[in-house]
Design a protein around this ligand. Sequence first.
Ligand code: KG4
Ligand code: ZN
Length: 338
Amino acid sequence: MYTLALETSCDETSVAVIEDGRRILSNIISTQVPIHRKFGGVVPEIASRQHIEYVMPVVKEALEEAEITLNDVDHIGVTYGPGLVGALLVGVATAKALSFAADKPLVGVNHMEGHIFANFLSHTELEPPFLALVVSGGHTQLVKVLGYNRFELMGQTRDDAAGEAFDKIARVMGYPYPGGPQIDKLAALGNADAVVFPKALHERNNFEFSFSGLKSAVLNYLHTQEQRGETYSPEDVAASFQKTVVETLVEKTVNAAELSGLRTVVLAGGVAANHGLTQAMETVCKEKGYTFYKPEPILCTDNGAMIGCRAYYMAQDGRFADMTLNAKPALSLTGTET
Ligand code: KG4
Ligand code: ZN
């Protein structure tokens, strides 16, 4: 069974072909990062235009690399939310056109569920149930994955996503977009106890997150140092900030695993590529006797393959969309459905 999958929710135009749900035949990612970099972040209007220009060439390349034609495809998956509305619309309109033209069933995929499903591509033995921590540029969520089509949201961020905090701090420190990987590199060289930053909502059994207070505390620290004419060590600030984020994420994940009884923990989303987070999560899971998984780096950030994997399991369950499928920028986890 072949799944063709399109992802255009933010700043990557990506199309993949997946065989039988878990085997990647192609995963073409055309990134717009260098284009948005000069603006310090993603410009939605530019993102949409780039998607329009690149989506069909990327579809063609994905099919060619997989050595199949559109006729061989069994169904077409596409991200319809959450994300930037104009960017999502390009993928949705393209997938609908392909579905109509080639008479192939359409599957509308939730981007966050796609991030979780990246783990099924990297780890063939992985099966639900497990606990997922999804940390991306737009979201931070703790999700109980009880079956391939059964999710329960335990908590999410009230304000900034983890990745957003990484990006904003890096920007103020003068590093190019996206700043997460840069902070990760600096943190490895710094003293994580140099500056104490506050943690929010750290009471037991509270699975909500809040990173805006931490972000403001770091920005205040940087401005105060500047105003006093004092220098600061970017490595120490990065390490201290990252430690605060990582400790919060790890503490809440362990608490959620204990409460839910789930003994397999998976990381997902762009911030899953963070070395400090991965190391801390690996260590704590070993201590607690939990099994720990994360996707390989290329499948952590946005890609079509993860959307294809999710679409396959939805198709297996008969969850097809029709021509009324529309972009839903604020789509939440399809979650509680069984
Ligand atoms: O999942 P993703 O590709 O896009 C969204 O769906 O948002 O995540 C992108 C986010 C960005 O905020 C980026 O800075 C962050 O993931 N990121 C990292 C690392 N690599 C990417 N954050 C921290 N450490 C990293 N190594
Ligand atoms: Zn994403």
